[in-house]
Ligand binder design. Structure first.
Ligand code: GN1
Ligand code: MG
Length: 366
């Protein structure tokens, strides 16, 4: 593997002595490596990724989106008179053309970016400052792209947060039962189906033009934010594959789904799975204080609903993949998608039980 990794880095013009690589294990879709080089008397680090082309059917378009969006953000930051180096990702051009490299015969679609020095990510955290910073990071991302020409973006994954369509796909998977696992999960199927009306409200509001489409990130897990390793201030938003037109409450909501949980996304002791109100409040404070003043009344009123919607949708996607035979998300063991689906269901139910409180906290910071 060392040879292949070094070969790929050279294709992106990286010079110096190759030292080693590490596999980065967060993320359910792409395969990520941190690669270490030595040049000019110091270590230089990079992030090399193989894009999952089962999920991203048109990776060239994804890379075009990413270069346009990162250039746009870079220009915005520079307007403020500061260097953008630590605040936005930089993808390398390959020595021939484009910001990707393809190895033929399924060897994969690869990209390389600079590792932002002295940065950390958190897969989960109880640190409320980190959560507030994470809210600011996604709020700022929203602000930076507020006047970006949304229509010029390629649709990386069609119907990505179309919850109505996600329900349709779920029902087809139940019907097909490709994996033969359906009988194991009849109660979970019933519970997800019972949440359909509530969880599809926002998508229907958008269709009636009651909610605006903005340029959104669409995968706002807190491990998609880089923080300064010493101060824990937010630096940059990463994992830009799914930047597309979307609903602001879905960006807010997916963050809460992931970082507001008392447990990990795949906790099996469901009695422990709850929305942690202190975490919720910290993220909400960071996000709403940053971007709240730019939102329409309907957007403000649906932030908390976005959290329930994203939790149900994501859990239902895990259950759909379980029924399909684990084709989409990486799994570490046989029932992994089922455990994730059960955990998200427990979390969604707890959110619904605390819905008024969630809305009151949003209001407090508007
Ligand atoms: C995937 O790749 P990662 O782990 O950031 C998924 C998200 C899900 C998430 C669940 C392109 O994100 O939509 O919410 O897993 N990304 C894609 O953890 O499907
Ligand atoms: Mg992702």
């Amino acid at each position: 593997m060392d040879k292949k990794i070094e070969f790929l880095c050279r294709k992106f013009g990286i010079e110096g002595e190759y030292l080693r690589y590490e596999l980065v294990t967060n993320g359910h879709i792409n395969t990520t490596y941190k690669v270490y080089f030595f040049r000019d008397n110091e270590e230089k680090d990079y992030i090399l990724q193989r894009i999952n082309t089962y999920v991203f059917k048109n990776p060239v378009e994804v890379m075009n989106n990413i270069s346009s969006v990162t250039e746009y953000i870079r220009a915005k930051i520079k307007q403020g008179g500061i260097s953008a180096k630590r605040f936005v990702l930089h993808y390398y051009k390959n020595v021939d053309d484009g910001n990707y490299y393809i190895i033929g015969d399924q060897g994969g679609f690869w990209r390389l970016c600079r590792y932002i020095d002295d940065s950390v990510t958190f897969n989960e955290t109880d640190n409320l400052t980190v959560l507030e910073e994470s809210g600011k990071a996604f709020g700022n991302f929203q602000l930076h792209l507020a006047d970006y020409p949304a229509k010029s973006l390629h649709i990386a994954i069609p119907h990505f947060h179309n919850t109505v369509m996600r329900y349709q796909t779920f029902k087809e998977s139940i019907e097909r039962n490709d994996s033969g696992r359906r009988d194991n999960v009849l109660p979970e199927i019933e519970e997800y189906l019972a949440l359909e009306e509530f969880s599809t409200r926002m998508y229907k509001m958008q269709k009636r033009n009651e909610l605006p489409l903005r340029v959104t990130h669409n995968d706002t897990k807190c491990n998609n934010v880089l923080f300064d390793a010493t101060t824990f201030e937010n630096l940059a938003v990463i994992d830009l594959d799914t930047v597309m037109p979307g609903l602001v409450a879905f960006d807010f909501g997916d963050s809460i789904r992931f970082a507001g949980n008392t447990c990990k996304e795949d906790e099996t002791d469901l009695s422990k799975v709850k929305l942690d109100m202190a975490k919720y409040e910290a993220f909400t404070r960071g996000f709403v204080k940053t971007v709240g003043h730019t939102l329409t009344q309907n957007e403000k009123d649906t932030l908390a609903l976005g959290a329930v919607t994203m939790t149900v949708e994501c859990g239902m996607r895990f259950l759909t993949d379980y029924l399909d035979g684990d084709k989409y998300f990486k799994v570490e063991y046989d029932n992994h998608n089922l455990d994730r689906a059960r955990c998200q269901l427990a979390l969604a139910k707890d959110m619904i039980a605390h819905f008024d409180e969630m809305n009151a906290i949003v209001k407090k910071y508007l």
